[in-house]
Design a protein around this ligand. Structure first.
Ligand code: BG6
Length: 514
């Protein structure tokens, strides 16, 4: 292939589109909780993949902060192992060495002032080596009780307002435990940092397919005219997992499915699906629209909760040919635990566009398979002239957005079955990421880390938005907390979920099969 053809093909190949084109200011990234599970499985491998694509700035320095006492070289070895194990592509030795060679580690307790003095020294050293100051990103990947403390200590040490460069604070989930604690956390953090410096993570927003929801709605004239109560009958949003809680009982017992997945990921999907078109894809314009639609979801009164929300727990069962224990038998879970591993809700978006359309949400651990999808079910045609000709399974059109796995969009259509009679059956028109773009999508964390370094908050949750999200589920949490006696429905691991969930649906409707 000639060099010219090769270059043109490279330019036209969607594989080379993307992350590496965006300019990023030289940056020092500090990960608090750098030896924890999230850093190990997601953050360090994401950094490697950014380095592999040439997406990191030319000067990029990494600092790990954690309680365990390790020398720098040990942290480098830990990071190397994480990357070798969890990177989505096999690491290239040179790229990996380049990324880790200058990596530093600051050990100590997060309340110890000496940690921040050491950190200050390390960051200044990096600035000196570079000949000019680097932007700073502080990534809080610790247990949530440390978030306000670390923000405070960074402020005390003057690290939040370096001269001539930017300092940004990335905060992992969970952001708060309920509405009151989320408000308090916002207040504490915003006493030290300006909102424009704060990046609250919801990794679903970094998923390509979640962003594609906006492309589908706002880059096509086809869908928006029907995207309203006149044409849409109902929406089902599913985030099902086949895995159990793994070794996370300590966290999960106090969280449950509603806090873990609904308050953040699922309501974000709902907001992107239902918001009005933003005037531009700029952080605050987009978040203004999300906020408006979240505020249109009227939180239930305590008395309404039993009829619009259902919780359940997985019992023992078979998953992938293996017998697995029930939730209450998992290590670290109380035998009489009432923490939900499944939650289903019926919500209404009370505005002009959506009044009267039910939005059904469900999520659960240890269900039949892992799938995250949004099913938009249109109203049936007003009159079906072919009824008498033996049509099979005529159904209203459905638009299915699959977030994972098999990422893509499918639209079900009624089509004529070949033959002499006018018989109709549903067929699917499909777009699949894998076949259309022949590329593996970057991991959500790659996109989000890069955006935080660039100071682009479009895919992060704003302070008022996070409070609106908690506001929707707070009454459900309270009602469930106060109900200490009615039995928590059980579903067998590996199943479709509790049969009781059907009662949230209006008559004639069923949950989609997993
Ligand atoms: C996390 C939850 O936020 O999302 C986990 O804490 C859950 O419990 C995970 O398993 C699901 O993420 P993904 O990207 O695998 O769908």
């Amino acid at each position: 292939m000639s060099a010219v053809v090769e270059e043109r093909e490279l330019r036209e190949n969607p594989l080379v589109e993307g992350l590496e084109r965006l300019p990023v200011h030289p940056t020092s990234l500090v990960i608090f909780g750098a030896t924890g599970d999230l850093a190990h499985r997601k953050l360090l491998p994401a950094l490697y993949n950014l380095a592999h694509e040439g997406a990191l700035p030319e000067r990029f320095e990494l600092v790990g902060v954690a309680r365990r006492d390790h020398p720098d070289e040990n942290f480098q070895a830990i990071a190397r192992e994480s990357i070798e194990r969890f990177s989505r592509r096999p690491p290239n030795a040179d790229v990996l060495d380049g990324l880790l060679s200058n990596t530093r580690y600051v050990p100590g307790a997060f309340d110890d002032d000496d940690v921040y003095r050491q950190l200050d020294r390390v960051l200044r050293e990096f600035d000196e080596q570079a000949g000019s100051p680097l932007d700073r990103v502080f990534y809080l990947s610790t247990a949530p009780q440390f978030f306000p403390l670390i923000a405070q200590k960074l402020g005390d040490a003057g690290l939040q307002s370096p001269e001539r460069v930017q300092a940004r604070l990335v905060i992992e989930k969970p952001f708060g435990y309920d509405l009151a604690s989320a408000r308090k956390l916002n207040d504490d953090v915003l006493e030290i940092f300006d909102e424009s410096q704060v990046f609250r993570i919801d990794h679903y927003l970094g998923k390509e397919t979640v962003q594609n929801l906006m492309a589908l709605r706002f880059a096509n004239a086809l869908f928006e005219p029907v995207w309203n109560r006149n044409f849409i009958d109902a929406v089902q949003i599913t985030a099902a997992e086949d895995l159990g809680i793994g070794g996370r009982a300590g966290y999960y017992e106090g969280a449950g499915a509603l806090r873990d997945l609904v308050q953040n990921h699922m309501l974000q999907l709902l907001a992107l699906l239902t918001m009005e078109p933003p005037a531009s894809f700029e952080a605050n314009r987009l978040r203004d629209e999300k906020l408006k639609v979240l505020e249109a979801i009227v939180p239930p009164s305590p008395g309404d909760v039993p009829s619009m929300a259902l919780r359940a727990q997985y019992g023992p069962g078979d998953v992938g040919g293996e017998h697995v224990p029930g939730y209450r038998e998992e290590e670290g879970v109380a035998p009489d635990s009432r923490t939900e591993t499944y939650a289903a809700l019926r919500l209404n978006v009370s505005n002009w566009r959506w009044a009267g359309v039910p939005f059904y949400l469900r999520t659960g651990k240890r269900l039949a398979r892992k799938v995250t999808e949004i099913a938009v079910i249109l109203k049936p045609v007003p009159h079906l002239a072919f009824q008498s000709s033996g049509s099979i399974g005529v159904q209203a059109n459905q638009i299915i957005l699959t977030v994972q796995p098999d990422e893509g969009v499918s639209v079900s259509l009624g089509a004529k079955i070949p033959g002499p009679r006018m018989r109709i059956r549903p067929v699917n028109m499909e777009f699949r990421y894998g076949t259309s773009f022949l590329s593996e999508s970057p991991e959500a964390y790659e996109r989000l880390i890069l955006d935080a370094m660039r100071g682009d908050a479009t895919l992060f949750t704003r302070n008022d938005e996070i409070e609106a999200l908690w506001g929707i589920i707070d009454p459900i949490l309270t009602a469930w907390h106060e109900d200490t006696s009615s039995p928590v429905p059980q579903y067998p691991a590996g199943s479709q979920g509790p049969s009781e969930a059907e009662r949230l649906l209006d008559s004639g409707r069923h949950w989609r099969r997993l």
